[in-house]
Design a protein around this ligand. Structure first.
Ligand SMILES: Nc1ncnc2c1ncn2[C@@H]1O[C@H](COP(=O)(O)OP(=O)(O)O)[C@@H](O)[C@H]1O
Ligand SMILES: [Mg+2]
Length: 442
């Protein structure tokens, strides 16, 4: 995960170079919560053979997505015919995507030629331009993994790819929320812990808080837990992290809520790698429905990668100039690195501190170009009590104003707020009709 997207647009053979500037599909930030169902793909090799430059551009753009960062994607022109020709003398990769502009008979003829040189274990996605049920059935009989009809959007293609490698029906696929402060002390950890706790109580779904602030993390203190090694052990030997080890390293703080605690001691230096963090987060994703990552206020390679790879990012900021500059920079960087995701959510915290000059919420929002999803008032009595007691805000006072804010944020993050919007924007019914997986089940 340390290396960015490994994309090879010109290999193998005489591939055409994709013109990234002309790509438009999915880059207009029309992303909705429904588009975010795709999950990361494993370390696989994907080769695409396109006929239409738009399809090549679409695949090229999809390959830049964070969820494909472990894959190697090659795109070249020539379509199904070129693929069949190429693989006569070369082993086939994990996944071949082949485009054909032909109708049923022509397409099937070319496909049979490819099938004769395809190694077992290679999956094939056919991208076509005709909506033909008989063709679907023929493809199904030939064990094609998916038939997709152009035009497609990046999120649609990504979801198809994701479904090939992550069966949404059988595997629990955790959603990762990353929380970061625009400045140290903004209250990002407080927001992270309270939201995670609220999700665990309201949704009654398992949540793990991963405290990535190894030397100074406060999650253990906030939940009144004895310091444990937890996450440090996992990050030292990330490849050993499985269900059994997780069970041993996680400490339970409430019903449905566990903590991957930071040691919070300074007897060594903590130099994390993006790879180790990615492996540990992926292991959590396989075992827990919701993961709240408390990311310290840092801009190291690993911290950036944790933010970029998360399903949702929450930035907590105070209403002052340094926070504004940093929040704006974070927004811009993350939006650029996550073109097919929703923008980070902005939480303005500690608003209305007595005697402190503040930037107004309106001015802050217009400078950062996003409305805060929640504004939380400054309340030293309430937050101080919670901190000192090792409690969450709701445990100190159910009626406190921030409680409703945390509940609302929890609902948004778990998609229960946007359920209506999602059903409107679902393209699934159309895709569903074309899905070979569904036909197979019939
Ligand atoms: N809305 C608030 N009002 C008053 N104090 C707050 C508020 N939010 C957080 N705090 C306090 O601010 C301090 C820093 O919070 P913390 O979550 O550790 O910040 P960060 O993780 O961004 O460095 C904590 O003592 C916390 O209790
Ligand atoms: Mg913190």
């Amino acid at each position: 995960m340390a290396t960015p997207v490994a994309t090879d647009v010109s290999s193998p053979g005489t591939g055409a170079h994709c013109d990234q500037t002309s790509v438009s599909a999915g880059s207009d930030r029309a992303t909705t919560a429904a588009d975010l169902r795709a999950r990361p793909l494993p370390r696989i090799n994907i080769q695409a053979f396109c006929e239409d430059q738009n399809t090549a551009n679409l695949i090229q753009q999809t390959s830049q997505d964070r969820r494909l960062s472990k894959t190697h994607v090659g795109v070249q022109m020539g379509g199904l015919k070129a693929a069949a020709h190429y693989y006569r003398n070369a082993p086939t990769p994990n996944l071949i995507m082949v485009e054909s502009l032909h109708q049923r008979d022509g397409l099937l003829m070319d496909l049979d030629e490819l099938a004769s040189v395809c190694d077992s274990g290679t999956k094939v996605i056919v991208i076509g331009h005709v909506n033909d049920v008989l063709l679907y059935r023929q493809l199904l009989m030939r064990d094609v993994s998916e038939y997709l009809v152009m035009p497609l959007t990046v999120p649609q293609l990504m979801e198809s790819l994701s479904n090939l490698y992550n069966d949404p029906n059988s595997e629990p696929l955790g959603t990762v929320f990353a929380f970061v402060g625009a400045k140290g002390g903004a209250g990002s950890s407080t927001v992270c812990h309270n939201i995670a706790w609220t999700i665990s109580q309201d949704v009654q779904s398992d949540v793990v808080i991963a405290d990535m602030d190894l030397p100074f993390g406060t999650a253990g203190l906030d939940f009144n837990q004895d310091p444990v090694q937890g996450i440090a052990d996992a990050l030292m030997s990330p490849d050993r992290v499985d269900e059994v080890l997780l069970d041993r390293l996680l400490s339970r703080c409430a019903d449905h809520l566990s903590l991957f605690a930071a040691p919070g001691i300074l007897d060594r230096s903590y130099d994390l790698t993006a790879n180790a963090c990615g492996t540990v987060v992926d292991a959590l994703r396989k075992n827990v429905p919701y993961i709240a990552v408390d990311v310290p206020h840092l801009w190291t390679e690993w911290a950036q990668q944790v933010l970029i790879q998360a399903d949702r990012v929450v930035i907590t900021a105070l209403p002052d100039l340094a926070n504004l500059r940093n929040a704006k920079n974070l927004m811009e960087r993350l939006n650029a690195a996550r073109p097919n995701d929703l923008p980070p959510m902005l939480v303005l915290n500690q608003v209305g501190m007595p005697k402190r000059p503040e930037i107004s919420i309106k001015d802050f929002a217009s400078a950062v170009e996003i409305e805060p999803v929640a504004t939380i008032e400054f309340d030293s009595q309430l937050f101080g009590t919670a901190t000192n007691n090792g409690q969450m805000i709701e445990e100190v006072s159910v009626k406190a104003k921030p409680v409703e804010r945390f509940r609302q944020l929890a609902r948004i993050l778990t998609d229960r707020e946007e359920a209506k919007e999602e059903s409107k924007s679902l393209l699934a019914p159309i895709l569903g009709k074309l899905s070979l997986k569904q036909l197979r089940k019939k």
